[in-house]
Design a protein around this ligand. Structure first.
Ligand SMILES: NC(=O)c1ccc[n+]([C@@H]2O[C@H](COP(=O)([O-])OP(=O)(O)OC[C@H]3O[C@@H](n4cnc5c(N)ncnc54)[C@H](OP(=O)(O)O)[C@@H]3O)[C@@H](O)[C@H]2O)c1
Length: 336
């Protein structure tokens, strides 16, 4: 059995992780952390876990976390995660970081987009980006995995095979995404306050959302150059789910059938990427670790439409997929 700790277990991704890991045959959850005082039982903070887990939420030091766990999932906010993870890694534990802290390759880009100096710059560029469908061979056996962003996964999975084909311009990509409110985490904020977001939709962080450089960096690995990408996130009045519509211009005429074949060839045998003929809806993927993708050709442009559950394929499901991959287990373990 692999002993596992969850940092920031009082939040939404922590809850989803526990739900998956409690049915994972190779895992024992041995520690759950929170800054809250009083060692509250996990199930008092997450009542859906009543009767399933008998651990307290503890404010543990990195050394104590390392003593209790072989593998640590960090569900902390960015910056807080990279403040603590070097000390966790020093204990010998492996780490899967759900925050954005190790996704970007360079400190200057992190400073530009996240607004502060990265606390652990030596690991930037040396950390594997945990998208098994694209980088599986690099994940097995590493000590630290950067779990991808939710919006980023919904854009990178459909874009990567098309950009790799060389049939498309990489300097004219538009990613238009709608997300459920749980994407903003459990801590209350004005924008996610019920009367503000219920029965309403709004764009936010236009031209400056932090998943933009992440998408450009990863798609750029397939383009050979940094692509030009406009990303417009929008908040949708639903609990969970992301729907992305991606507009990309081919450099020669293409048919819908050709694009769908390209996608099907790229993801053949992948349990968590489904290339579908119909227009997918967020409800098709909520509660699953799947990303559903289709394509249409409209007035010469290709539209890629993808959806996933931001808390599963966009966060905790992907983290367990990475955990399985890292430990040489079947990637579907605990996820189907
Ligand atoms: N929500 C999503 O759809 C999603 C998708 C992909 C990635 N992510 C990333 O995954 C991470 C967790 O997201 P989430 O949605 O689970 O967030 P969340 O619901 O807000 O939970 C984060 C937890 O971290 C703890 N925390 C907050 N600030 C902290 C600090 N300064 N130092 C130490 N602990 C702190 C909090 O626990 P206490 O207050 O109890 O200490 C909180 O419960 C974030 O980095 C987020 O960007 C989220």
């Amino acid at each position: 059995m692999i002993n596992v700790a969850i940092l920031g277990a009082s939040g939404y991704t922590g809850l989803e992780l526990m739900k998956i890991l409690l049915r994972h045959p190779e895992v024992t959850i041995t520690a759950t952390t929170s800054r809250q005082e009083g060692r509250a039982p996990v199930a008092s903070v997450h009542p859906s876990l009543v009767g399933r887990i008998n651990l307290p939420l503890e404010d543990l030091s990195p050394e104590e976390v390392g003593q209790r766990a072989d593998c640590v999932f960090s569900c902390l906010p960015h910056c807080a995660s990279a403040e603590i993870l070097p000390q966790v890694l020093a204990t010998g534990a492996t780490v899967i970081d759900l925050s954005a802290d190790y996704r970007l390759n360079d400190a200057a880009s992190y400073l530009e987009w996240y607004g502060h100096e990265h606390p652990d710059q030596q690991r930037l560029g040396a950390t594997v980006y945990g998208l098994p469908e694209l980088f599986r061979s690099k994940i097995r056996g590493v000590k630290l995995v950067a779990n991808p962003g939710c919006y980023a996964t919904s854009a990178i999975l459909p874009l990567a095979p098309l950009i790799k084909s060389g049939w498309f311009h990489s300097d004219d990509i538009i990613v238009d995404s709608k997300s459920g409110v749980s994407g903003a985490g459990r801590s209350p904020k004005l924008m996610t306050h019920f009367p503000e977001c219920n029965e309403s939709m709004s764009a936010y962080n236009v031209g400056r959302h932090r998943h933009t450089p992440e998408m450009e960096q990863v798609v750029g690995r397939f383009a050979g150059v940094t692509p030009q990408l406009i990303f417009t996130p929008q908040l949708a009045p639903m609990d969970r789910g992301i729907l992305s519509t991606i507009y990309i211009r081919p450099n020669r005429p293409v048919t819908e059938a050709e694009v769908l074949t390209l996608l099907r060839d790229a993801y053949r045998g992948e349990p968590f990427v489904r290339i579908v003929d119909h227009l997918p809806a967020t409800k098709d993927t909520v509660g699953t670790n799947c990303c559903d993708i289709t394509a249409r050709v409209v007035r010469g442009r290709v539209l890629l439409i993808s959806c996933l559950d931001n808390l599963l394929k966009g966060a905790s499901g992907a983290a367990v997929q990475n955990f399985n991959c890292l430990h040489g287990l079947a990637e579907t373990t605990g996820l189907l």
